[in-house]
Ligand binder design. Structure first.
Ligand code: UDP
Ligand code: MG
Length: 333
């Protein structure tokens, strides 16, 4: 059994959460009091409100509070990733800044870790406060993802989880830019344990997950872990070929064996629309994968840190997340 004496890191991604952070830190401090060593690492995802200022005050007030501030909004997944890459604990717990993930569940997560689990993830119970759209979109998305990628992610799986140091180190080795963490964590294996929780209502502010961000997450989830959608084009191609053969046979039969007048216009338009539609879908799918390759090939840093609690207020130091920096030499001509 692992001892909980090792340092525990709590990672919180925050985007425009100035009102929630003081309350969250207060509640986390109360929950973590029995543990001898812990740190709170808050990742400010390029907030445009007073989040950064609030974080500096909090880090002055509580020495256990550290923060990282992105130079702009890189998204929730990148904030989590920066948290994993910069956390120092033997176990890392992630939770949202809006208090929807109850901090009071943390001792249960730690208990499971002590029992020997490497990944303790949470699944939210159906929440009547959640909008119809959010509940159903998440359900259908996970069903689709399971079928396409073969990953075993449960409905309502949240980014509220504890990871052992060895899992965090494994994730940190992933070099891909567009990392879908929920999928990656399911994919790496290790001893996993599941805990149900009841989500609370958002404490203050509005959801930062716009429809656009949700769609991006969904597309990233599917295309990060499967190339199956590419086979879809082949399947559709075969379907179209079969259809065209049958239709062609029918057309030829009508032309040579029956003397009906050709009512070509409708079928022609229908066919054009059908083929055009299928082609657009296929090009779109290929385009998404090609786009991903394009982004990965460039090997840009996944996020850029503009400020941290370790940097003095007056200094302006910029640090990129790239670990292996390459040097490029231009040939002298
Ligand atoms: N978040 C982030 N970057 C973003 C969007 C959200 O770091 O671009 C954070 C946000 O501050 C919160 C967590 O991710 O701590 C979950 O976001 P939110 O509560 O808005 O999502 P919802 O609960 O509505 O799905
Ligand atoms: Mg929320």
């Amino acid at each position: 059994m692992k001892s909980p004496d090792g340092m525990i890191s709590i990672v919180v991604p925050a985007y425009n959460e100035e009102e929630n952070l003081p309350v969250l830190v207060h509640r986390l401090m109360a929950v973590m009091e029995p543990y001898p060593s812990f740190e709170l690492l808050i990742v400010d995802d390029g907030s445009s409100d007073q989040t950064r200022y609030v974080l500096r005050q909090l880090s002055k007030e509580y020495p256990v509070v550290r923060f990282i501030s992105f130079s702009k909004n890189f998204g929730h997944q990148m904030a989590l990733r920066a948290g994993y890459e910069n956390a120092r604990g033997k176990a890392v717990i992630c939770l949202d800044a809006d208090l929807q993930h109850p901090p009071e569940l943390i001792p249960t997560l730690i208990q499971k870790w002590c029992e020997g689990y490497d990944v303790v993830y949470t699944v939210r119970q159906p929440d009547p406060n959640l909008s119809w759209f959010k509940r159903n979109s998440s359900k259908y998305f996970y069903t689709l993802l399971r079928n396409i990628s073969g990953l075993t992610i449960e409905d309502g799986a949240a980014d509220f989880r504890l990871l052992d140091r060895k899992v965090v180190d494994t994730l940190n080795q992933f070099k891909e830019n567009d990392l879908f963490l929920r999928g990656a964590i399911s994919w790496v294996g290790f001893r996993q344990c599941r805990i149900l929780y009841e989500p609370a209502a958002r404490y203050a502010g509005r959801s930062k997950y716009s429809l656009r961000k949700m769609m991006h997450l969904a597309a990233m989830g599917i295309t990060s872990f499967s190339t199956k959608p590419l086979y879809l084009s082949v399947l559709l191609g075969f379907g179209m070929f079969l259809f065209a053969t049958l239709f062609g046979a029918e057309v030829l039969y009508e032309k040579y064996f029956t003397n009906t007048t050709v009512s070509g216009w409708t079928s022609l338009i229908l066919l054009m629309v059908l083929i055009g539609g299928v082609q657009f879908i296929i090009i779109g799918i290929i385009g998404i994968y090609l786009g991903k390759t394009f982004v990965e090939v460039k090997q840009r840093p996944a996020y850029i840190i503009g400020d941290t609690s370790e940097i003095e207020e007056t200094e302006t130091t910029w640090q990129s997340s790239a670990t292996d920096k390459e040097q490029f030499y231009l040939p002298l001509t």
